[in-house]
Write a protein that binds this ligand. Structure first.
Ligand SMILES: Nc1ncnc2c1ncn2[C@@H]1O[C@H](COP(=O)(O)OP(=O)(O)OP(=O)(O)O)[C@@H](O)[C@H]1O
Length: 291
């Protein structure tokens, strides 16, 4: 059964710094959610409140109606994976996992072993001596193999190289299909991951500015490709997110939907219309000088 998450007016202050302001949202669960925000937007802070690592200054987060903070029952349901260095950890990867698995009732050691093979994680090296990318892989393996109903990866892939990130994305998708659960992936590097998200939450300067179905978000803008002059003619007066010229061809991304008449106009100008990327939309929505 999916676990419902409800955040109710969550605010967080560190000393005098307002880090989160009145954040409310509901997640119905068993989906892959993308939490997007620029550096310092408050992603880690929000996820730390959700994982009960930090008590909000005001407001609360509840899972199935139970507040998370200092609630062992709920905390057992949540795994929060961050890309932190493990410089002080003694012991090797398998022992490290075994020790952690005691607190994770669904931990699947066979799956962890398969992931160790896939990521080529050295098992004869002390955890603290693993390279940064291998420490990231170890975090990812623990997050996946824990099979927690609420699985949070907070930029967990940052230390990995491109092939390792590919493995991570593939494993998240495959394991989610086989064991549906709530997976929250926070990132500011969107282009690689955007196809994974079913719903997207965007925070900017500590505030939730968007919570939307990923498809709906992609439909909120249009890409227009064609001959430079024709594209210029068509996008004139529209809200342009990005323009790019390659030889005689131009790609423009515009914000907002087109009317039937505009679609006909585009056809007449021999323009190709397509969806925009979440990345473009994100950059637009979180730009400092946005209107
Ligand atoms: N312990 C702390 N004490 C004071 N300020 C903090 C603390 N932790 C975070 N902050 C501040 O809170 C704000 C949000 O930080 P947070 O790490 O949540 O952002 P983020 O979106 O995860 O950023 P990034 O993508 O760079 O990791 C930042 O301005 C940060 O400096």
């Amino acid at each position: 059964m999916p676990h419902k998450i409800k955040a109710d007016k969550v605010s967080l202050q560190f000393q005098n710094k307002q880090v989160l302001t009145n954040i409310s949202f509901e997640l119905e669960g068993e989906k892959i959610y993308g939490l997007l925000g620029r550096n310092g937007a408050g992603k880690t802070s929000l996820l730390s409140v959700l994982a009960a690592f930090v008590k909000p200054t005001s407001g609360s987060i509840a899972v199935d109606g139970e507040h998370v903070f200092e609630n062992a029952n709920v905390m057992e349901q949540i795994v929060f994976i961050r890309d932190v260095k493990m410089d002080d950890e003694n012991g090797k990867a398998k022992k490290y996992m075994k020790d952690l698995s005691i607190f994770r009732p669904n931990f699947d050691m066979d799956y962890a072993e398969r992931l160790i093979q896939r990521f080529k994680l050295p098992t004869d090296t002390e955890v603290s001596k693993l390279s940064r990318g291998m420490q990231s892989a170890l975090h990812a393996i623990i997050g996946l193999a824990s099979r927690c109903p609420i699985t949070i990866f907070d930029e967990a892939y940052l230390g990995m190289d491109a092939p390792a990130r590919e493995i991570f994305y593939e494993e998240v998708l495959n394991d989610f299909m086989e064991h549906p659960r709530t997976i929250i992936l926070s990132t500011h590097l969107i282009s690689e991951m955007e196809s994974m998200f079913e719903e997207v939450l965007i925070i900017d300067q500590g505030q939730m500015i968007m919570h939307e179905d990923a498809e709906t978000l992609r439909d909120s803008g249009v890409s227009v490709t064609g001959a430079v002059e024709q594209v210029d003619l068509f996008v004139n007066g529209k809200h342009i997110l990005k323009e790019q010229v390659l030889g005689g061809t131009k790609l423009a991304m515009i914000y907002g939907q087109l009317s039937e008449q505009e679609i006909e106009e585009a056809k007449a100008l021999k323009l190709t219309l397509g969806p925009i990327t979440l990345q473009e939309l994100f950059i637009h929505l979180t730009k400092e000088d946005k209107q």
